[in-house]
Design a protein around this ligand. Structure first.
Ligand code: SF4
Ligand code: SF4
Length: 288
């Protein structure tokens, strides 16, 4: 039966069994705990039109994403009225959070860097795996917009994007918000029951599922208690209580980590996440 438990079971089993979820370059422990948090949102939800104002006019609605995908792949469909967004949170291994907190006030730790590179690859494998299983078991089509080169684009600069920079045609965190999984924090991280230190994913399926919009946070920053922990943790002042997260300042710091990560960990990736560990929302929704 296709229900929330089916999706959760598929992802958790994949995380337990797939070798790609093992940090083989460090100590073989798991990138992501097999304890996924998952929600649904109807493709008809008006929030997706709001995202065109909030993220940028280029941000795709589920209907736009699925229709374009079907056009590209020559897939036939009867209607776009039954689409559902599936959004999920992958909880980060506690050891990784601990290491990134203790390692440095300036640079990402080894586990954090490996998680950013290979843990994200595992995240992307999950989208493809679940969509394949869905097609095989139920004949249901779906698309992960971020995995499709013709659908996904990041605008480094765009006059209509929030803060004029770094916005994309599909945002997992906004899909998680729509699906009732949590809210944003002033650091732009996504606060949820599994903690802000995580990766998230999302895809669209052509099948009606019961929406979790009734669990949606009342406001964009609902669960952020404005404790200022993340402000103190950021080494370059990219977060302030007054103005929130400065994407450009953050980008400069994050991209500056590439040579460090390459020299110390021998892998080609950037990383930071110092504002995601040792703060009141690292492991869950903080108490108000
Ligand atoms: S650390 Fe505090 S201020 Fe920063 S996002 Fe979390 S709850 Fe909000
Ligand atoms: S990721 Fe790093 S640079 Fe960006 S806001 Fe967090 S601590 Fe600051």
């Amino acid at each position: 039966m296709l229900n929330k438990n089916w999706f959760i079971g598929k992802i958790n089993t994949f995380l337990r069994e797939d070798e790609g979820n093992r940090m083989t370059g460090v100590d073989g422990t798991l990138f992501w705990d097999p304890n996924v948090l998952l929600g649904f949102c109807s493709g008809n939800d008006p929030i997706f039109q709001e995202y065109k104002k909030l993220v940028g006019p280029f941000h795709l609605t589920p209907k736009e994403a699925f229709a374009k995908y079907c056009e590209i792949k020559n897939i036939e469909y009867d209607t776009l009225e039954n689409l559902t967004v599936i959004a999920f949170i992958l909880p980060m291994n506690t050891l990784t959070k601990k290491e990134n907190l203790e390692y440095s006030l300036e640079w990402p730790s080894e586990r954090w860097a490996h998680t950013r590179l290979y843990g994200e690859e595992e995240n992307q494998k999950i989208w493809k795996y679940v969509l394949n299983e869905l097609k095989n078991e139920f004949g249901v089509d779906g698309v992960a917009p971020m995995a499709e080169k013709k659908l996904f684009k990041i605008y480094r600069e765009h006059k209509d994007a929030w803060q004029g920079a770094f916005a994309s045609t599909w945002s997992h965190r906004h899909m998680c918000f729509a699906s009732g999984l949590g809210s944003f924090g002033i650091s732009d991280g996504f606060i949820n029951e599994r903690g802000k230190a995580m990766r998230c994913g999302s895809f669209v399926i052509n099948h009606k599922m019961p929406s979790d919009a009734n669990k949606r946070a009342a406001s964009r920053y609902e669960y952020c208690i404005k404790c200022g922990d993340c402000v103190k943790r950021c080494p370059v002042g990219a977060i302030t209580l007054k103005d929130g997260h400065n994407k450009l300042k953050c980008y400069e710091k994050v991209s500056s980590t590439v040579p460090y990560v390459k020299e110390h960990y021998k892998i080609p990736i950037y990383g930071c996440g110092l504002c995601q560990v040792g703060v009141s929302c690292s492991d869950g929704i903080p108490k108000q």
